[in-house]
Design a protein around this ligand. Sequence first.
Ligand code: TYM
Length: 332
Amino acid sequence: GTRIFSGVQPTGHLTLGNYLGAVRRWAEVDQHRAEALFCVVDLHALTVEHDPARLRRVSRQAATLLLAAGLDPELCTVFVQSHVEEHLRLSYLMECTASDGEMRRMIQYKEKAAREQARGGSVRLSLLTYPALMAADILAYGTHEVPVGEDQAQHVELTRDLAVRFNQRYGATFVVPKATHPVVAARVRDLQEPTSKMGKSHARTAGVVYLLDEPEVVRKKVLRAVTDAGRDVAYEPEQRPGVANLLNVLAACTGGDPRRLAEEYDSYGALKKDVAEAVVEMLRPVRERHAELAADPSSVDAVLRRGAERARSLARPRVDAAFEAVGLLPAG
Ligand code: TYM
């Protein structure tokens, strides 16, 4: 059968972008149609400056939110990356498969490295090798499909290249995966800076809607969203990214089409009001369920423990096979 793998980094609180670009689809579609694994990729969060206590808190919250968003441990595997050592084992083989040049070409590396340097910090070596770990995450499970937002397309493309190269060098070991993206809202923009994506680690949070924001906060952020010159509502992503972003979000929340929705509005104010209410209503059950689950952390731990066991048992044979294929002596 088809295998699906995807993950979310606990570098900060989960956002509306994470939800519309990835998590909602995992819950509504992916877990129902294949063997699916969803991972809080905490090792990836160590690639930028971090605070240990906060990482622990945010990792737990991310796992709780995945369940609150509807991932059902009876249907899919939910786990934490660092609990399954196969990711690290395979990551090293991926570093031995990838070239320095192809890592340096990654857009996310360039952007994040520039951001760390602008803050006066140094760039962790793991930020450069990050795609090798991500490739390991995916390839360890024989994954066919990787449901992600558009910003991850380049990383999945590199994963494909590494899988093909490894198979050519050492024999058929990995499934060559492909990315899948949502039809609308594959790239949700920052409400204040609609030319860049809505990201969890942005320093300025006014343009970022977090899944656990109070309804009043969501409304305020949406009503203050930057729109574009011109007063009529039209869907023109290139010329008018701010309004297009709001239409995309509304379309994603209500199941409509952004172009058609544009025709229903004659002012930005009315559009924003409807976007705000649609987002608040969509997130309400997630917040409520999160509050219930957060009150019982041991049940979340139990889910993660079972998830890690299952993940380990799926990954180990393939990672062992990869170790053998490259010529490492079996431990016997
Ligand atoms: P991360 O943690 O940045 O984001 C998690 C998922 O949310 C999507 N996403 C968005 N989609 C639309 N609009 C946005 N503004 C937006 N922001 C984030 C991302 O595309 C992603 O699907 N490298 C990955 C995590 C990862 C992973 C993996 C994913 C590690 N290993 C293996 C898939 C398979 C990342 O940083 O996602």
